[in-house]
Write a protein that binds this ligand. Structure first.
Ligand code: FES
Length: 106
């Protein structure tokens, strides 16, 4: 199991555990854990409602694709470590990473 964290606006961190060997995306895990991620496009890197800021652990995530980078460029509130959660695969490299949700609910 991989453990990572979601940080809220008060800096409080909640841990999430997920299997690292099933090819699930971070978006799928966030939705399954009842976080408010709309994911309108179903994980196609088209809606950007799964926008997250990577607070810690960026190196374990791999590079964003051009499609992902284009979507992030078009966001009203991008950060230097913005990613789309649907494009991040859960793997052991994610262990200890910290994310902030930046999608529609923020
Ligand atoms: S779910 Fe639509 S871009 Fe990630």
């Amino acid at each position: 199991m991989v453990t990572f964290y979601v940080e809220d606006e008060d800096g409080e961190r909640q841990s999430i555990e997920a299997p690292g060997d099933m090819g699930l995306s971070l978006m799928e895990i966030l939705k399954a854990s009842d976080y408010p991620v709309l994911a309108t496009c179903g994980g196609m890197a088209l809606c950007a409602t799964c926008h997250v800021e990577v607070v810690e652990g960026k190196d374990g995530l791999g590079d964003a694709s051009d499609i992902e980078l284009d979507q992030i460029d078009n966001l009203p509130n991008p950060t230097p470590t913005s990613r789309l959660a649907c494009q991040i695969r859960i793997s052991d490299d994610l262990d200890g990473a910290v994310f902030r949700l930046k999608g529609e609910s923020n």
